[in-house]
Design a protein around this ligand. Sequence first.
Ligand code: ADP
Ligand code: MG
Length: 229
Amino acid sequence: MTALTMTEVTLTYPDGASRLTALDQASLSVDRGELVALVGPSGSGKSSLLAVAATLITPDSGDVVVDGVDVAELGKSARSALRRDRLGIVFQQPNLIGSLTALDQLTVAASLGDRSRRATQVEARELMDRVGLAGQEDRLPAQLSGGQQQRVNIARALMGSPALLLVDEPTSALDHERGAAVMELLRQVTDERNVGTVLVTHDTGHLRSDDRVVECIDGRLSERSPALA
Ligand code: ADP
Ligand code: MG
């Protein structure tokens, strides 16, 4: 099952009198259970690709299919439902809510849906445990380290068993060791939870020789083996 298929996606932004091309005929397919590391220089279009896959930006042309659903056919509310039900998004900054405990960060969005409160609590506790934060459920963000906050962020994105996980530079604020541990956690949850993961990183030191690596240069994508890094 394919988590994400992008076909010849072109995205431009207004740039003075002309347009800046952020994605240039970009095609990418990610299966469930597969992790793709998206690398490339700053400004090459990596975050733009995630925003298109996240259905937050509509491209100028090309097709985007998330978990079998053609995004172009969806209206605004159907897109937000798709994001809620099938997508997990982890941005660079954890964006945790300062007044909420770690556990509540996970349950607050889910409690807006129609699942039972109990099922949501059970899932949140399981995920906290899975990301190595058992016992930290009642802490506020200020009481957690940067690495722990990023783990809460990842656990929150996994609530509701998304088909597709989009992660933007999760290790950029972490030291090497903590960054490596977050990378390993992402590989493991990709496999265990059968989620397709697109992971933007410029930290190629965290890549393993068996990671699938796609390089973005000037909005164009190409498959690359990490051995060539
Ligand atoms: P990356 O994540 O690889 O650093 P981005 O996707 O953020 O790259 O940016 C790709 C290009 O698009 C860059 O030239 C950037 O300046 C430009 N860009 C990104 N977002 C916007 C925006 N909202 N409006 C205009 N230009 C943008
Ligand atoms: Mg970026």
